[in-house]
Design a protein around this ligand. Sequence first.
Ligand code: SF4
Length: 217
Amino acid sequence: MLNKQQTQEAIAIMGEMFPDAHGELIHENSFQLLIAVILSAQATDVSVNKATPALFAAYPDPTALAQAPLDDIIAKIKTIGLYRNKAKNIKACAEKLLREFGGKVPHTREELMSLPGVGRKTANVVLGDAFKIPAIAVDTHVERVSKRLRICKQKASVLEVEETLMKKLPQDSWVTAHHRMIFFGRYHCLARSPKCEGCPLLFMCKDGQIRLGIKAT
Ligand code: SF4
């Protein structure tokens, strides 16, 4: 397992590879980010970014989205996976924002997670990217990269991955580290074909060394 220092070194190297790592969902404010992140569950950011410009042009704020006909929301997001459920969730989310939060996106994980369609990962993305509140959102890339690099245990749950990363990284680096890990996983340490050959992290990556036959399993 990588210790604290090695984990921080790995994140620093990812930062050299992807100095501009950032959230890729198009949005103009915290409300639009919240909706985009809900839509991105089990879908790619690219597919969400294709649909949201028309959605946000028609329904730019909670009031407009809460009043929108469900069929029209469905029509605007139907290129995104699980669109029927997501359409219901984002409309219900806008309604709850108006009803309970004065139309504003709340700033705590607990309040965010009380919104329809919002789980811990979505809440963490919004905390970090909309409000600069330290949080690590563990998506498929963060989980895979953490496990391949042996930052956490192979059998760790998503919550355990998040807790391990929080222990091994300084709090003020959480949001940046999360973006670096996503870029690293999305563009380099890919799920099916990681670019192990020439990977700057190969020296500390047992998984990569096994893949390249440098180390026995
Ligand atoms: Fe990923 Fe391979 Fe690099 Fe390890 S060596 S971090 S598995 S790309």
